[in-house]
Ligand binder design. Structure first.
Ligand code: 13P
Length: 254
């Protein structure tokens, strides 16, 4: 049985004060919810402060990105060795990084390898564009992204994968539970073919894209979907708490 995982990707939102306030507003309730792994991913500069705030609670911390080198002349980048003392998780290959910062499959692969090497837990993001979706290329694109990202990566259940169709991100147009579940099954089969069945069964695969407290139940009701990577709704304390609460309730009955 995979423990469900709900991660909030705050993206480039919240200054230090806002980040602290957001965590304070949900800390008590979130901490009380059992059997769901709860992760918040604030901007880099807030990681140390949030680490302090969540100390001793069941809430975990993630970064939104990292570079694949340990140190050196890479102005503006953040090393995995800087993160490893601060957080457990790191989002890798988000479609916004692929689109706006020209991250290729090759870079994503290097980052996944490096994150695992230093002891971080990567949340690898994959997702197809609207154009690919409408042209019926979803399966091909997703399989290709998973294979490329995991090329040469040793099998591990410390990896999580988030299926985030680009057309569903920030649009209010979420996939349906059935659509997401079908693609997530395909992702798991791809992981089986790269690694082995036991490991693939242990890897958590999440859905992301316009998840809110109003539609989370539809995704979580699908046994193949192990949680969610939540963007906009993770910036509202009551929304995020409700998403985690519903996940705990529904998964406990499966
Ligand atoms: P939204 O939930 O705002 O659509 O963002 C999803 C996302 O990109 C999470 O990584």
């Amino acid at each position: 049985m995979r423990e469900p995982l709900i991660a909030g990707n705050w993206k480039m939102n919240t200054n230090l004060t806002e980040a602290r306030n957001l965590v304070r507003a949900m800390l008590g309730e979130l901490d009380g919810i059992a059997h769901v792994e709860k992760v918040v991913c604030p901007p880099f500069i807030s990681l140390p402060a949030i680490k302090e705030l969540i100390k001793g609670t069941s809430i975990e911390l993630g970064a939104q990105n990292m570079y694949f080198e340990d140190k050196g002349a890479y102005t503006g980048e953040i090393s995995p060795l800087m993160l490893v003392d601060l957080c457990d998780f790191v989002i890798i290959g988000h479609s916004e990084r692929r689109q706006h910062f020209t991250e290729t499959d090759e870079i994503v692969n290097k980052k996944v390898k490096k994150a695992l090497d230093v002891g971080l837990r990567p949340v690898l993001c994959v997702g197809e564009s609207l154009e690919d979706n409408e042209a019926g290329r979803t399966d091909k694109v997703i399989t290709g992204q998973v294979q490329a990202a995991l090329a040469g990566v040793s099998s591990t259940s410390r990896l999580a994968i988030a299926y985030e169709p680009i057309w569903a991100i920030g649009t209010g147009r979420a996939a349906t539970g059935k659509q997401a579940s079908a693609t997530i099954s395909l992702i798991r089969s791809t992981v089986v073919s790269l690694w082995d069945n036991d490991t693939a069964q242990a890897v958590r695969i999440l859905y992301g894209g316009s998840v809110t407290s109003s539609n989370i139940a539809e995704f979580i009701a699908e046994p193949e979907i192990d949680g969610a990577l939540v963007g906009g709704a993770s910036l509202k304390a009551n929304e995020f708490v409700s998403i985690v609460n519903q996940t705990a309730a529904i998964k406990s009955t499966q």
